[in-house]
Design a protein around this ligand. Structure first.
Ligand SMILES: [Mg+2]
Length: 157
């Protein structure tokens, strides 16, 4: 049991820099998968973290009861595998690592009880009905960078 506040963090374009990987993808394939690039086979596995995301996660996990709450595309089963592999690669595989057994894949983020959700898409996959506070992350959001998010959340402790 913990009395820390519960924090959820999205993956695509929040922890994971989705756009970076697409730069190397065949333009014809990009066209074929236009509007659903997250269904490109294997696209997820090698994407880099967003700037400062891993450092921020490591710090926040000491302050909050922190989970990764992501949606894997229904039409791309390999993404479900690649998401857990990504988390293990960047945050560790073993017991005691900060995201150990803390990855939740859901199309219904509103069903997760908690205090905060950091997400670049505040109206998708139930985020708009999340009962806690949604922090809109990214260049179009209210919190543009990871240091912004960390500063804000530390103020909410
Ligand atoms: Mg996202």
């Amino acid at each position: 049991m913990t009395d820390k506040k519960i924090l959820y963090i999205d993956m695509d374009n929040t922890l994971v820099d989705f756009s970076a990987k697409l730069k190397g993808v065949d333009p014809d394939l990009l066209k074929r998968f236009e509007g659903r690039v997250d269904e490109l086979p294997g696209v997820f596995a090698l994407m880099p973290p967003m700037d400062g995301a891993i450092e921020a996660y490591r710090e926040l996990h000491t302050l909050f009861d922190t989970y990764i709450l992501s949606t894997a595309p229904w039409g791309n089963p390999s993404a479900w595998q690649h998401k857990v592999e990504w988390v293990q690669l960047h945050l560790g595989l073993d017991k005691g690592t900060p995201a150990y057994k803390r990855l939740i894949l859901s199309h219904h983020k509103n069903l997760n009880r908690g205090d905060f959700l950091v997400d670049d898409r505040p109206t998708h996959n139930g985020a708009d009905r999340f009962q806690g506070e949604v922090l809109w992350f990214g260049e179009h959001g209210e919190h543009e960078t990871w240091p912004d998010v960390v500063t804000y959340l530390k103020g909410q402790l």
